[in-house]
Design a protein around this ligand. Structure first.
Ligand code: ZN
Length: 218
């Protein structure tokens, strides 16, 4: 049976990293709407031009544009045996459109990678980037100090302006507000699972694999 997956999770829960790794391991496409929009903008396609105009106006790209992108992507042959959606759906109308796209296909398995705000704030305020080579430093485990020098080149590590605590708390608040209705939309389904994202990345990966296997068995 095709493995049709949606990963949900707040910023800092490791969703993108886990999604990339899981999709590669199962040889299914990792469909990140953020990546697809950035690529479309860079390539200057019709969609890219539309998305760029919206983003430059400071607005979020609308449901109709994103739904069109996803519909087209999931219709490609490499998504026939499954896919992993990352960054979509973000709203209930998007989730309803996805259900329409999925009619006649294997049921969606939706996994929420959850973590407490305190752990997410700790991780996100610990993020550092090298001022010399641009590499991202590994986020320290709980109780470990935040690194100050780049492991690759020894350059000084700095914090991005949008990784300051007040900015992060606002981002998490907006995420919770927007995602709450989406979780309510999916929670009652037999193929909905929650995984504890506050664990080590290896532990989260193991729990994800087990949860997905369990959901796929029905
Ligand atoms: Zn460096």
């Amino acid at each position: 049976m095709a493995l049709n997956l949606v990963f949900l999770g707040p910023p800092g829960a490791g969703k993108g990293t886990q999604a990339k790794k899981f999709a590669a391991g199962r040889a299914i496409p990792h469909v990140s709407t953020g990546d697809m929009l950035r690529e479309a903008v860079a390539a200057g396609t019709e969609l890219g031009r539309q998305a760029k105009a919206v983003m430059e106006s400071g607005a979020l790209v609308g449901d109709d544009i994103i739904i069109g992108v996803v519909r087209e992507r999931l219709a490609r042959p490499d998504a026939r045996e499954g896919f992993l959606l990352d960054g979509f759906p973000r709203t209930v109308p998007q989730a309803q459109a996805l259900d329409g796209i999925m009619s006649g296909r294997a049921p969606l398995i939706v996994v929420d990678i959850a973590a407490s705000d305190e752990e997410l704030v700790r991780r996100l305020t610990s993020r550092r980037v090298c001022s010399a080579c641009g590499a991202n430093a590994d986020v320290p485990a709980p109780g470990q100090p935040v690194p100050t020098a780049c492991a690759k080149c020894g350059g000084a590590l700095t914090q991005r302006a949008d990784d300051r605590e007040e900015v992060i708390r606002e981002r998490l608040r907006v995420y919770a507000r927007d995602t709450h209705p989406l979780l309510d939309y999916y929670r009652g389904r037999p193929t909905f699972r929650t995984v504890d994202g506050a664990q080590s990345p290896d532990r989260v990966a193991a729990d994800l694999a087990a949860a997905i296997e369990d959901a796929a068995r029905g």
